[in-house]
Design a protein around this ligand. Structure first.
Ligand SMILES: Nc1nc2c(ncn2[C@@H]2O[C@H](COP(=O)(O)OP(=O)(O)OP(=O)(O)O)[C@@H](O)[C@H]2O)c(=O)[nH]1
Ligand SMILES: [Mg+2]
Length: 364
């Protein structure tokens, strides 16, 4: 599943702006009508106005529906994000209202066309046009709340983190202040991003590094796990459950240096709880802030310092090894015991050769 580019969700016009856009373009269309006979000209003009206005309104609305992600196609994690940020039910209901309005608007245009066919007076065409415009405005009026909701929701959704579920993902957890964000920053190549995390009031750090052309994404979990289980609300629980889906590995950071914000026994309790909650993936326990030890205790398997870079490269290699993303089988190789009808077919050669031949064929 590809990632959602939340930032690409288009701006939503205000209800009045949608109408203004539709009516002004419709008038321009009407001006293009040429017919020396006034009766026919007015009939065509009025008809053209209604049809164009309805078309523009309907395309504008359907464009929103098309450009907003469909919830069903989102990963569990993204669905949990949307739910926490704006509410999945509202999301569905308000987009559904746009679809409903678009259908209505097309119906109004078609009714109007039928009626104009039966009219015999110039005045009647004008009246019918005004009547249709009134009905179009009333439809937009009826969906003004959903439109305004979508405008607000867009501004919230734009700030959500984008995580590509096709690429490996490392989830970084631990008590407050243990150094989650600092670790992500030091493992990242390029500028780490900051995004909104709707489950908590804190901002979340996103980073990635490349290894053999794969982007290893990192996401931290500020404030998500540092409360006891019974204090968490259902949305936070949903977020934790969703972490199961996005992450290939969970790094659990512990600050066991002199004066951690959270006492070590609490951090260890949290680790136990996390191990119970997140069962389907490897958990790597990482001790942080190694620079603060006079001598690093020998029982700490993995100890790093985001400040000095100590242990960071070793940790990176370990993560890559555990995820084993590079072990994917060669997509161009045939399965074993592949059945061939024709033995005379020559072996195709190495994947590189096949690609080279395909490349050459393209330029023949
Ligand atoms: N000496 C030292 N300080 C560090 C190191 N890593 C982080 N810190 C400090 O520890 C504090 C917390 O670091 P953050 O990376 O913000 O910790 P966090 O886990 O993201 O904190 P929250 O997002 O609030 O849960 C900051 O003041 C950092 O400067 C380290 O390797 N060595
Ligand atoms: Mg942080």
């Amino acid at each position: 599943m590809a990632s959602i580019e939340w930032r690409s969700i288009p701006t939503v016009l205000y209800p009045q702006e949608i109408l203004d856009k539709a009516f002004s373009r419709a008038s321009k269309q009407a001006n293009l009508v040429e017919d020396p006979d006034k009766y026919h000209r007015v009939r065509k003009q009025m008809n053209r106005m209604v049809q164009s206005a309805a078309d523009i309104i309907s395309t504008t609305l359907l464009d929103y529906v098309a450009k907003w992600p469909s919830l069903n196609s989102l990963s569990d994690f993204d669905q949990a994000l949307v739910d926490a940020a704006v509410g999945n039910d509202d999301f569905r209901r308000n987009l559904g209202a746009l679809q409903w309005a678009s259908d209505k608007v097309i119906q109004i245009a078609s009714d109007s066309q039928q009626k104009m066919l039966r009219l015999r007076e110039i005045d009647g065409f004008h009246k019918q046009r005004r009547h249709a415009y009134g009905r179009l405005s009333s439809i937009i009026d009826q969906i003004s709340e959903p439109i305004l909701w979508l405008g607000d929701a867009r501004n919230i959704l734009r700030k959500l983190p984008s995580i590509d579920s096709l690429e490996p993902c490392i989830v970084v957890a631990g008590s407050p202040n243990v150094g989650k964000s600092a670790l992500i920053n030091s493992l990242s190549s390029g500028e780490p991003e900051v995004a909104e995390y709707p489950f908590t009031t804190k901002q979340l750090h996103l980073g990635h590094f490349l290894h053999r052309r794969r982007a290893y994404q990192m996401v931290d979990t500020p404030g998500l796990l540092d409360r006891p289980m019974f204090e968490r609300n259902s949305i936070e629980m949903q977020a934790i459950a969703a972490l199961e889906n996005i992450g290939d590995i969970l790094l659990f950071l512990i600050d066991d240096t002199g004066n951690p914000t959270t006492p070590i026994f609490e951090q260890e309790n949290l680790l136990k709880e996390v191990k119970n909650l997140i069962t389907g993936k490897p958990i790597l326990v990482v001790y942080t802030k190694s620079d603060l030890y006079e001598k690093i205790p020998s029982n700490l398997d993995i100890c790093i310092s985001a400040k000095t870079g100590y242990g960071i490269e070793e940790l990176r290699s370990q993560i890559i090894k555990i995820i084993a993303a590079d072990d994917v089988s060669d997509p161009l190789s045939l399965p074993e015991n592949w059945h061939r009808e024709d033995d005379s077919i020559k072996p195709m050669g190495s994947p590189q050769e096949i690609l080279r031949r395909q490349d050459e064929a393209r330029y023949l």
